[in-house]
Design a protein around this ligand. Structure first.
Ligand SMILES: CC(C)(COP(=O)(O)OP(=O)(O)OC[C@H]1O[C@@H](n2cnc3c(N)ncnc32)[C@H](O)[C@@H]1OP(=O)(O)O)[C@@H](O)C(=O)NCCC(=O)NCCS
Length: 401
């Protein structure tokens, strides 16, 4: 592990609680519960002069959907520097050590929600996946009274349905770029976040072998009535999606508004017969290609896209991965090799760094847009070929971490 970074141990817990409470306003119990959920083995710290941690971050194993693939990723969360150590480059050193360490471990990509773009751009992250907070008024929910689904009953979900829930979510999220391939951390937060427990309901398939749809929801009182917070929902088909809307409409007599994470092109929004959903952009998720060759090889591309490009990749934060890459697009994958700096002119060519590739990796922007942003440069053929390989519906993430 890099000098500036070590894995937290039990004796660091008081210092970690102090960092978490001072950085995020958590109560000590919430900070402790968070460390328990993430696991001390996933918390990295930098020590101050007295040997106690002055900075921390949490690593969360996950996958990020891109091109229909689940790209192995490490989410970075809870980045915190003690107030007395701020303003002197501590967070920059912590993040530099972190991305170098992820590279050494061949982790393809890293993702995070940023409170300040400058810190993470400085080490090669760029905005790459949109994130939205949405609300739907119960008055606006259409109610079909189960006509589509033959009035199959919804069931309260117990731990026994865990696998059915995960299978329904995987089917739902597989082709939604930007969505998280969830591990235990994410599933735990869908069922409980801070003091709030979310209760699950599912729609079993006709033979009862799987779930067609599910939702996890909680209620809270507000001045204007009872509001619903939905931590997660998924469905396997438009019919099941309409059954979910119908199930939610059953709360309309008392509930006023449902709050959840959606996107303008989220399947739930697409099946509504109207556009009366309020969707507000939150900070976008930033991505970092921590192992550029592994990252390009990890995501699928359309089989119809064929060709080759040379990418001159420069990475000041991880100089070891700065290289000339030969990328062969064939059979729905990118085959990546380090190229000799000889016949450059023979192939379409582009020049970029980690921020440029992160911005285009999920299809968030096209290579031509990245060029306009000053994050990429190249000949038109190379930009268009890479753009065709990485294009897809606008990526969004509904999980927060
Ligand atoms: C954000 C935080 C981690 C920065 O720690 P730090 O050691 O002071 O940061 P650094 O000195 O390494 O600064 C690196 C970059 O971060 C950004 N940054 C740091 N403090 C900032 C602030 N108060 N406001 C906006 N950007 C800031 C700047 O881009 C800075 O680069 P610059 O100095 O070249 O402008 C620290 O202020 C903190 O713990 N804040 C509370 C928790 C938090 O916001 N965590 C981030 C969650 S994503």
């Amino acid at each position: 592990m890099h000098d500036a970074l070590r894995t937290a141990t039990e004796s660091d817990v008081p210092a970690l609680v102090r960092l978490g409470t001072l950085a995020f306003g958590h109560e000590a119990e919430s900070a402790l519960a968070y460390h328990g959920l993430v696991g001390l083995s996933n918390i990295r710290v930098t020590d101050g002069p007295d040997g106690a941690p002055v900075a921390m971050l949490a690593e969360i194993p996950m996958g990020v959907r891109a091109g229909g693939s689940s790209v192995p990723a490490v989410g970075i969360a809870a980045v915190a520097v003690a107030p007395e150590a701020r303003g002197g480059g501590c967070a920059r050193r912590l993040m530099t050590a972190c991305v170098r360490d992820l590279h050494a471990r061949r982790v393809p990509v890293s993702a995070l929600y940023a409170s300040t773009l400058g810190l993470y751009r400085g080490v090669g992250y760029e905005r790459s996946i949109a994130s939205y907070a949405a609300s739907i008024r119960f008055d606006d929910l259409p109610r079909s009274r189960g006509s589509d689904t033959g009035r199959r009953p919804w069931i309260p979900l117990s731990a026994a349905e865990e696998h059915g829930v995960a299978a329904c979510y995987d089917a739902f999220a597989r082709n939604l770029p930007g969505m998280v391939d969830r591990g235990a951390f994410f599933w735990s937060r869908i069922r409980r976040r801070m003091a709030t427990e979310y209760r699950g309901f599912g729609l079993p398939s006709g033979d009862g072998a799987s779930l067609e749809a599910y939702v996890f929801l909680a209620h809270r009182q507000s001045g204007s009535g009872v509001e619903m917070v939905i931590s997660d929902c998924a469905f396997r088909s438009a019919v099941a999606g309409r059954a979910l809307v119908d199930f939610l409409a059953g709360f309309a007599t008392i509930n006023t508004t449902a709050y959840l994470s959606l996107a303008p092109n989220h399947p739930l929004v697409r099946i509504l017969p109207h556009e009366r959903v309020e969707i507000k952009a939150r900070s976008a998720v930033m991505l970092r290609l921590t192992h550029v060759e592994a990252a390009l090889a990890a995501r699928a591309i359309p089989v119809a896209v064929r060709g080759a490009v040379r990418i001159a990749f420069e990475d000041p934060t991880i100089p070891a991965q700065g290289t000339l890459l030969h990328v062969d697009m064939t059979d729905g994958r990118m085959k990546v090799q380090r190229a000799a700096d000889t016949d450059r002119a023979a192939l379409p060519h582009l020049h970029t760094g980690p921020r440029g590739l992160a911005a285009v990796y999920t299809g968030f922007v096209s290579p031509r847009q990245a060029q306009a942003d000053g994050l990429m440069d190249g000949d038109g053929e190379a930009l268009d070929l890479l753009g065709a390989a990485l294009a897809g519906p606008p990526p969004f993430m509904t999980d927060m971490f």
